[in-house]
Design a protein around this ligand. Structure first.
Ligand code: 5AD
Ligand code: SF4
Length: 512
């Protein structure tokens, strides 16, 4: 098992079939079934798609057999993710044969990457819709019913779906994702995301605050603010722009011709011109100010966010986290590699020393703060020495957990075009296993350090193993399981729990 569960790619949720938390009081003409793969952003997008379909009179079903429309919201990040989708599609053949009016649609990153090729290669697919084109779904469904194939893979510079109230799907009613931006302007050389999700744009803060407040009023106790690189969130109230003025000098990335090299729009990067007007700057909402605005909704609402970028995370963000108890003390800070040479090939824009100074700064500002990372083993040209540097940096950072992958070459990316995928698979897997073994040790150590400590825990629901136990999370994002006892607690309650045992993955405790 070399693909380890990712926080933004929770392995246990891959392919989850969605049904809404509350079925709107409508008589549905037709039913849709949706499965989501990949990162939290995809799961969050499926909730936007559900909202668009509900407005068209579609109801959601968990049962494939009764669906009139089957949607797969897909991921392209690694080859294995795409293989999973291809395999899943073959399983729908029989259904389509039994019910010829059944429509099958592919959404998300794989739709965007393969475009019309998808329709050519997978004859049973009727609809191919990219991440910025979900508003066109109803129109495309009409086209398909008229006998055509439906495709829209246009990427947008503006689309944030800000005005759409997502229909919460398969929710525990306590925690929810809120998308704050879309796309990514970082061109990490291994990554397909800038091509499948387009240019970075930030959603207007008012709609974000409203969504978070509505969630809180509906009983939710935790929101996770989502973006590929939340630290470059930027919204200027004065100009209504969602990127720093003048900070962009790149063109739309495309898999057929990469034109983008220096594309960083963040103010924090040395050497990037930042020509924002003083007026725009004064009124601009940065990620730190957005965090503060969300934190002020209620001290009872917890805030998390993902994903941070080591080159962009600012002191301002750390100080804001430290200032508010309800901003969870946990940062997902992808490392990718501990070798400067590899980091440069990956186009990550930081060095191991820079990364270490960020870890130091986090610990300085917040002595108790969970840190996790993404790590890739076996990137092009990686030597044993480079690999050792990754292991040493993991030890230095003392990650509470990591999401670990071996390098999977993606067509059209910078790495695919520039470097040879030259590390043999057995070496990649052996290095990955060494990374996994070390992380297991670090996680165990980190959990042992919590023994005897008391934490405020937000109860999310019954533990997986027993309905006599609650499962919740600490602020620093550790899962904790404890007996319900006689207390009249419920999901959404905050409770003080003392840790008295631990496994590598879970803390075990008791209510104090
Ligand atoms: N191969 C392996 N892992 C990848 N990731 C992104 N692209 C690739 C790839 N081509 C990992 C990175 C990223 C996470 C979401 O997925 O670690 O942070
Ligand atoms: Fe991919 Fe890098 Fe953007 Fe993350 S920051 S989505 S790894 S390009």
């Amino acid at each position: 098992m070399f693909e380890i569960a990712h926080k933004v790619q929770d392995e246990s949720r891959q392919g989850e079939a969605f049904t809404p938390a509350m079925t709107p009081d409508k008589q549905f003409k037709r039913l849709f079934y949706i499965e989501s793969y990949g990162c939290s952003m995809n799961f969050s997008d499926s909730e936007i798609v559900a909202s668009i379909l509900f407005d068209e009179g579609f109801g959601a079903t968990r049962h494939l057999q009764e669906a009139d429309l089957i949607l797969l919201n897909t991921c392209s990040i690694r080859e294995k993710a795409e293989q999973t989708i291809r395999k899943r599609l073959t399983e729908f053949r029989k259904l389509k044969h039994q019910k010829p009016s059944l429509l099958i649609g592919v959404l998300g990153c794989m739709a965007e990457r393969l475009k019309s090729k998808f329709l050519e290669e997978e004859k049973l697919v009727d609809l191919v819709v990219g991440p910025d084109a979900y508003r066109s779904l109803p129109g495309l469904i009409v086209d398909v019913n008229d006998g055509q194939k439906g495709i829209n893979v246009l990427l947008s510079r503006e689309e944030t779906y800000a005005d759409i109230s997502p229909v919460r799907l398969n929710t525990n009613g306590i925690t929810a994702f809120v998308s704050i931006m879309r796309g990514c302007n970082n061109m990490c050389s291994f990554c397909v995301v800038p091509f499948t999700r387009g240019r970075e744009r930030s959603r207007d803060p008012e709609s974000i605050i409203k969504e978070c407040r509505d969630l809180f009023n509906a009983g939710y106790k935790e929101v996770t603010l989502l973006g590929q690189n939340v630290d470059s969130y930027y919204y200027s109230q004065a100009t209504g722009t969602s990127v720093p003025q003048g900070g962009i000098f790149h063109t739309q990335p495309s898999l057929s011709g990469i034109t983008l090299i220096n594309n960083d729009t963040s103010k924090s990067k040395v050497g990037v011109p930042y020509n924002s007007s003083p007026e725009a700057d004064r009124c601009a909402v940065t990620f730190a100010s957005l965090l503060e605005m969300v934190a002020l909704i209620s001290p009872q609402l917890r805030i998390r966010f993902s994903t941070s970028h080591p080159k962009d995370i600012t002191d301002e963000v750390l100080f804001t986290m430290a200032k508010y108890d309800n901003i969870c003390k946990y940062i997902h800070l992808p490392l990718q590699s501990g070798s400067n040479r590899v980091l440069q090939l990956m186009n990550r824009s930081y060095t191991r020393e820079w990364y270490m100074s960020k870890v130091n700064r986090i610990r300085e500002v917040m002595p108790v703060c969970g840190i996790s990372a993404d790590i890739i083993a076996g990137f092009c040209t990686e030597t044993e020495q480079d690999h050792q540097e990754t292991l040493r940096l993991m030890e230095y950072s003392k990650y509470d957990m990591s999401y670990m992958f071996f390098y999977s070459e993606r067509p059209g990316t910078l790495a695919h075009r520039r470097y040879k995928d030259d590390i043999p698979e057995v070496t990649k897997k052996r290095r990955l296993q060494e990374i996994v073994d070390l992380q297991n040790k670090l996680s165990q150590q980190s959990n042992k350090e919590d023994l005897g400590k008391t934490f405020i825990v937000l109860i999310e629901g019954d533990s997986k193993k027993s309905n006599g136990d609650w499962m919740g999370r600490t602020s620093h994002n550790k899962v904790i399981v404890f007996p319900k006892g006689l207390n009249s607690l419920e999901p959404g309650s905050y409770v003080e729990v003392k840790v008295n045992h631990c496994t590598q993955a879970t803390l075990l405790g008791e209510i104090v």
